[in-house]
Design a protein. Structure first.
Length: 152
C-alpha cells in the first residue's frame, strides 16, 4: 500500500504526474514546469462542498469518500469536527473527506435521508455503503472505514 500512486494533472502544462500517495502532503510540483500540483480533494483538510459539487466530488470518485453532514448550530457537530480533521489527515490520499453544511444545502441531505446531525455517510463507487449517526470515536469511524479501502 505504501507505494500506491495517484495521477495528478498539471493545471498549467497538462502533464500527468504520478505521485506516491504517501507524498501528497509534501506539496508536490509538476515534473516539467515545477508549479504546484492541484492536490485539491486529496488535501489533508476536509473541504466543505455543496449540492452542486456532490456528484463530481463524491459520486464519481474512484476513492472512498466520507461525507460529514453538519450544521453550524450543532454542538455535537463541533465535537465531531476535530475527529473528522484527524481522520482526513490520517487517510489523506486514500479516503476523500468532505463536509456538507445542511443549513446551506438541503438537496443532498434529503436525498440520502439525513434526519439528524452529525451524520457521516461513506460512499464507494457512487453508493452509500455505511452510515454513522452521532458522535462516534475516531477508532470506531476508522474501524468502519478500513474494510472499504483498497489494499493493493
Ligand atoms: Zn506542468
Amino acid at each position: 500500500m505504501n507505494d500506491e500512486t495517484i495521477l495528478l494533472m498539471c493545471a498549467q502544462c497538462g502533464t500527468k504526474n504520478r505521485i506516491p500517495k504517501q507524498r501528497i502532503h509534501e506539496r508536490p510540483v509538476c515534473g516539467k514546469c515545477r508549479i504546484p500540483l492541484p492536490v485539491g480533494a486529496y488535501s489533508d483538510r476536509p473541504r466543505d462542498i455543496g449540492d452542486s459539487e456532490f456528484h463530481k466530488e463524491v459520486l464519481v470518485s474512484r476513492d472512498p469518500v466520507l461525507v460529514d453532514f453538519w450544521g453550524p448550530h450543532c454542538a455535537y457537530c463541533r465535537m465531531l469536527a476535530s475527529t473528522i480533521d484527524q481522520i482526513a489527515a490520517n487517510f489523506a490520499g486514500r479516503v476523500k473527506v468532505f463536509k456538507i453544511n445542511v443549513e446551506e444545502h438541503s438537496r443532498t441531505p434529503s436525498q440520502y435521508g439525513i434526519q439528524g446531525i452529525p451524520s457521516l455517510l461513506l460512499f464507494k463507487n457512487g453508493k452509500a455503503v455505511d452510515r454513522m449517526v452521532g458522535v462516534l470515536s475516531r477508532d470506531e469511524i476508522e474501524r468502519r472505514l478500513l474494510p472499504h479501502i483498497d489494499k493493493s
